[in-house]
Design a protein around this ligand. Sequence first.
Ligand SMILES: N[C@@H](CCC(=O)N[C@@H](CS)C(=O)NCC(=O)O)C(=O)O
Length: 204
Amino acid sequence: MVALNENAEQVIEEVPVVEGEPVVQVEGEVLEVPAEPIKNSYTLFYFNVKALAEPLRYLFAYGALEYEDVRVTRDEWPALKPSMPMGQMPVLEVNGKRVHQKIAVVTYEPDDQIKEKKLITLNNEVIPYYLEKLEQTVKDNEGYFALKRLTWADVYFAGILDYMNYMAKRDILESYPSLRELVDKVNNLEPIKEWIAKRPQTEV
Ligand SMILES: N[C@@H](CCC(=O)N[C@@H](CS)C(=O)NCC(=O)O)C(=O)O
């Protein structure tokens, strides 16, 4: 849907959200609404874990978009790796074009001692620092991250939470009731609930 005012000089300013119909931003021009919705083909490549790909899977579920959920095994990976843009996944193929790089939240550290030290800093400093701010943001936005209604940011956060908990080795939302409520709300949206019920059961 394209939202314009009467003389098409000004456009109603809206950010596209995942709830309801998308609104296109244009300045002073009338856009034709395509007769047929554009049909894209999506293939998501990742390992058989939730981790970094789960926010994307949440968004696909919420948007009721068809996609191929390719789960690469450790044995298959070496042969596939050179074909990935950065030699890593998740990678999303849209109409044959591969896009990559999601938002990195917590990174892997191979040395056990450094890993342990980083975990302490993560739990005592980094996580409280950001979650306090995010908790306040959600309080200020009537239970959402932005615009006082559901956007992709809410769905993304709910989708990445399991992985953040796994990396932090605890429930990071324990003292953040507004964030907890938001995640529960997203996980209880019908399409997301259906995805959670049918997705492959993985440890991570
Ligand atoms: N910066 C990348 C990080 C992706 C990443 O670390 N992927 C890991 C799996 S979680 C991977 O592909 N590892 C296999 C490898 O590097 O060979 C992103 O944001 O998507």
